[in-house]
Ligand binder design. Sequence first.
Ligand SMILES: [Cu+2]
Length: 580
Amino acid sequence: MRWKVLLPLLAPVLLVCQATDVVLDWNIGYIDFSFGRLFSRKAIGVNGKWPLPAVEVTLGDTLIIHAHNSLDEPTSLHSHGLFQNGTNYYDGAAMVTECSIPPNGTFTYRIPMVQAGTYWIHSHYKAQTSDGLRTALIVRDPNDYYKYDEDVILPMSDWFREPGKHYHQAVIKFVKNKTYRLRLLNIGASFEFHFSIDDHELRIIEVDGVPVKEKPTKGVMLAAGQRVSVLVRSKETADNNYLFHADMFTDLFTMPKYNPLNFTGVLEYAPKASLKREVNGGWKITSDLDLEPLDEEALMDPTVQVTLDAYSGVFDDQSFRHSFNNVTFILPEVPTLLTALSTGDNANKREVYGRQSNTYVLNMGDVVEITLNNHDYYTHPFHLHGHVFQIVEIGALRSGLHRTKLARDAPVKRDTFILRGGHYAVLRFRANNPGAWLFHCHIEYHAIRGLELTFVTAPGLLQNNTHLPEGLKENCIAQGIKASGNAIGRDGMDLEGQPGGPNPLPDKMLSYILQMGDEDGPPPATLDASHSEAAGSTTSTSEGKSPTRTDSTTLDKARETTADDIDSEADSDDDDDNDH
Ligand SMILES: [Cu+2]
């Protein structure tokens, strides 16, 4: 399925740059997958297999994926975390950067690997990530700053890690006196994982592809979409085995009764060594704000301000929707990139991309400061395509923008970050990448229900420099989708008849906007009790631990939790009333 072809390079160049094409032929189709004795279901696999093998390449390679769609609906492939600078059309966001690949259609993604680190590939069409179309993408740098003996890829997801093999049966083999790099990835659709190893220290060295200064920690929290690399030094003797824990936080959904909350595996030094358990290890989390990027890039000065209010509730069509600034995202009828390429000067007007696309047009070089207010009581992990952003501050909405927790001079950069309910965050990114880039919650069902918007950077540059790859427009035509024009496929600014909603109920829309900045903050968000995301109290335990947590169920409750409670090293054993 995978082979490498050496490019014809001159011998002297070959010594320093072994650039290769890594070619994958992916036939994307349904398979029947059985979860041991628990249940079986239809899943989306590749070449008749699930889970998909990790894609492992070297910095400087070109990753070429020939994707053939054998599903009965469209599909697309997004390489999460890759900037795609100059290749926006390979970003894989259906109806934003391509029309998607129709059933029985093909598309070739040809992506230069210019960023080392831990990434992943997943469908960006409807809920296909939940259905299994996802895998790790590892880009290794032979000159990696950090040195280690072994490299272990540990994807975690709402499903199980290997066919018929649950996490609590998983084994990681360790040899004494070695340094391991564990690449932790949350490639799930919804839930957060907390990862730890009994009686072993983790040292964080990478978050979302960004190398960071080594930071010791007991455990790592990962929301959907996030990746963290840790170094772990093995013991000096092989006398004992230990447990590792991937505790899944299921705050958002009521789970099927068979779904375990705590996955425990064995860190095995020797098959017959006795298991040494850590009593009361607890959950400990290192804040993003305590991390510093290795490149020490300074805090950027913003030139553009964007304030985004995330709100969820029952909208005026009686559906449950998510929104930014009262606008629930609905895909345009023409992919945003194709609108940017085909509408001349109008491409600089946000309206041309359609009301429900909620598009912000940026100039090349703008430094955008996003102030993001989460008025919901639950967490959203927000992801920006094509960039990393500096995390400048995080605080509770209740206290207003009082800079409760400030970033350091060189703040950490990520492409996905956790924003708790009732909290705000300030993010900054440099618009240095011409293209159409989604910004959205990475909980798949929140995104599908509208918690997305689009940044379009430098449409003029795009128009001058973009040569669409073969097959992209053909895949539009094959589906009856217009490949040019405004959001509804017309010339000029004629958008008559475009979707104009659904909208928040009038009282909700007004009340929360009017009270912004009020010392008491916004009113509690209400939630339809019949909705599947109704949260409840969850108590979970695992061997060797005795954590208890009670989830907040109202916005008021969530607001009582400060950013420091959540983001600094806090042991939930000592604090039963937070929403870790
Ligand atoms: Cu969300």
